[in-house]
Design a protein around this ligand. Structure first.
Ligand code: ZN
Length: 127
């Protein structure tokens, strides 16, 4: 995996699909200004909705990232791929789907699933 440029966004997604893929916790991912490239035969992308795909490694099962089908060059990279990652989470999304066994910090912005989908649909009108 090659990530280029600066970190532009760090999110934690608490949606049901992300929790299932990541062992019950949220998916933590980062976007980079220069985009991200995943290389190798073990990288597979699974279509999990009309708009998104989840990447994983067929050798070890690790979560690699999430990408929007209409903008695959702007993939989100799983923070689990980094030895050290110091940029804090800037936004928690799908917080209404988060389980009761986790605590979402109150001092970081939150969006429910309905709010995320509303923003997504509005962004698609401008494409
Ligand atoms: Zn999610």
């Amino acid at each position: 995996m090659t990530a280029r440029g600066e970190v532009t966004e760090v999110q934690a997604c608490h949606c049901t699909m992300c929790r299932r893929q990541n062992g019950g916790g949220a998916y933590y991912g980062a976007h980079f200004s220069g985009g991200v490239e995943f290389e190798g035969d073990s990288v597979k992308w699974l279509s999990t909705s009309d708009w998104g795909e989840r990447g994983f490694c067929t050798n070890c099962g690790s979560t690699l990232g999430w990408r929007q089908k209409s903008a695959p060059e702007d993939s989100s990279v799983s923070l689990g791929l980094f030895e050290n990652f110091e940029t804090p989470v800037q936004l928690h999304i799908f917080t209404d789907e988060g389980p009761s066994y986790t605590t979402i910090p109150h001092d970081v912005p939150h969006l429910t699933g309905a709010q995320v989908m509303k923003e997504f649909k509005e962004s698609q009108k401008n494409v």
